[in-house]
Write a protein that binds this ligand. Structure first.
Ligand SMILES: C[S@@+](CC[C@H](N)C(=O)[O-])C[C@H]1O[C@@H](n2cnc3c(N)ncnc32)[C@H](O)[C@@H]1O
Length: 231
């Protein structure tokens, strides 16, 4: 290894922190805590984004409904929502861009740290590797995956494939309501998807969590247009 590489590894180590996230009906005595290894030096995947805090809380609050479900998290990054699902005993596959090996490595580390046995899989949106064909999730999670409009079409292609591969599945996503909203609506129409639930992300999270995050964050539940009724 070159000395520059040594410096890089050292610098990355210095930027690593562990954040702790509690889940339970009583904030003073949580049911469980999830520890996340974050790296402030990395772009995107190694940081717990506010959308992830909100989606993780939703998974916790909806735990009875999700009982026994298999879960795939797309663009999971530090994977807080998927780890909450795993702590609830669900069968979870955490995925992120196949080319981002440091993100996939970090996912394996956080699974070990939290003593959960999630599968970790490289899954790049719009790419059809053999492994995607065996995924049949009842719940697909995606926190802050609508942030680069050039990737929206590929993301929704992957979501549509997974929804078709697993009847009655639902895609639950939290996103910053920015200018790309009309493009999302247009692409949902293109892929035959419809939104069956839309919530203000701050309408259901406890105030002690809300105080630490900001933004106009929405939670949407999305299904195939042919699905008969609201989930
Ligand atoms: C803004 S981060 C959100 C990370 C995490 N879900 C959160 O909310 O903390 C976006 C994530 O999407 C992943 N991503 C970006 N483009 C991707 C693609 N084409 N295929 C799969 N994952 C992708 C990134 O690696 C990153 O982990």
């Amino acid at each position: 290894m070159e000395s520059g590489d040594d410096d890089d590894v050292e610098e990355r180590r210095n930027m690593t922190t562990v954040s702790r996230h509690s889940f339970g009906d009583d904030s003073d005595s949580p049911t469980f805590t999830v520890s996340i290894i974050e790296n402030m030096k990395e772009e995107y995947g190694l940081f717990v984004w506010p959308c992830s805090v909100i989606l993780a809380e939703y998974v916790w609050q909806q735990r009875l409904r999700f009982s026994g479900a298999s879960v795939v998290e797309l663009g999971a990054g530090t994977s807080l929502p998927g780890l909450v699902a795993a702590k609830l005993g669900l069968d979870v596959t955490l995925t992120d861009d196949s080319n981002r090996l440091e993100v996939l490595d970090n996912m394996r580390r956080v699974c070990d740290l939290n003593k959960v046995g999630c599968k970790v899989l490289g899954l790049t949106w719009g790419v059809w590797d053999a492994s995607i064909f065996s995924l049949k999730p009842k719940v697909i999670l995606g926190a802050d995956v609508f942030y680069d409009s050039s990737a929206f079409d590929d993301l929704l292609a992957t979501v549509t494939f997974l929804l078709k591969n697993s009847p009655d599945a639902v895609f639950i996503t939290t996103y910053h309501n920015r200018s790309g909203h009309h493009l999302i609506e247009f692409l949902m129409e293109k892929w035959g998807l419809r939104c069956v639930k839309l919530l203000d992300g701050f309408s259901f999270i406890p105030s002690y969590k809300a105080s630490g995050i900001s933004g106009n964050i929405q939670l949407a539940e999305i299904v195939l247009r042919s699905e008969p009724s609201e989930v």
